[in-house]
Write a protein that binds this ligand. Sequence first.
Ligand code: SF4
Ligand code: SF4
Length: 128
Amino acid sequence: MERSLAEIETIVRDRICRVCSDRTADGNCGLEQPSACALFRLFPQVANAIQSVHSDDITDYIQSIRQGVCSVCHDQAGDGTCETRSQVQCALDAYLLLIVDVIEEATGKTFERTGAGPMISLAAETNQ
Ligand code: SF4
Ligand code: SF4
């Protein structure tokens, strides 16, 4: 059964917000503006960027996110850097490994990824 984008977003919200460090004790998003969270503000682009990749290497997903999501995100500077990402305040970047797994699981795709160890700083990995 193919899931709609709205259904996939609901699954991602359930799995990612639950572990997000910005979540408050009462289960709400603790950001000053919850709608500012790039993961859900740009969710169609996020889902598309992840679904367009067929790889067992997480760096291919990072590249796709940079091209399809960061490129249209207002937080990214003209030179491709992102202060929010540098400060580990972008949930999309911080939890990308898990987000990829959840979306691929929800859409029936699974891979054994290389380098899928403990949560890594994707900002450090791409040097941006
Ligand atoms: S910052 Fe984003 S991922 Fe984290 S709790 Fe808020 S909406 Fe969820
Ligand atoms: S890493 Fe920066 S540019 Fe990319 S989605 Fe997050 S906030 Fe936007």
